[in-house]
Design a protein around this ligand. Structure first.
Ligand SMILES: [Zn+2]
Ligand SMILES: [Zn+2]
Length: 82
């Protein structure tokens, strides 16, 4: 099951499960749209994979399969905005 992480790994912004600004890579590294576009240029800094919009899990499925609450933050930080 897709890990719906609660925050951006770069700027720690909240990304609720219904956010259309969440971007993920194939390993579920999670970033906000701002960081994905301005700082990462669509590429995951952890694995170099594509960042794509995270699909919205419908509310009724979310009740049964809740989002992750474990915040993940990139230790060494992300590249600064160009
Ligand atoms: Zn961010
Ligand atoms: Zn990644």
């Amino acid at each position: 099951m897709l890990d719906l992480r609660p925050n951006c790994e770069c700027c720690d912004r909240d990304l609720p499960p219904d956010s259309r600004d969440a971007r993920i890579c194939t390993f579920e590294c999670t970033f906000c749209a701002d960081c994905a576009e301005t700082r990462l240029h669509g590429e995951c800094p952890n694995c170099s994979g594509d960042l794509v919009r995270r699909p919205i899990r419908p509310a009724k499925m979310l009740a049964k399969y809740p989002a992750s609450t474990k915040r993940v933050l990139k230790q060494e930080g992300c590249p600064a905005a160009a």
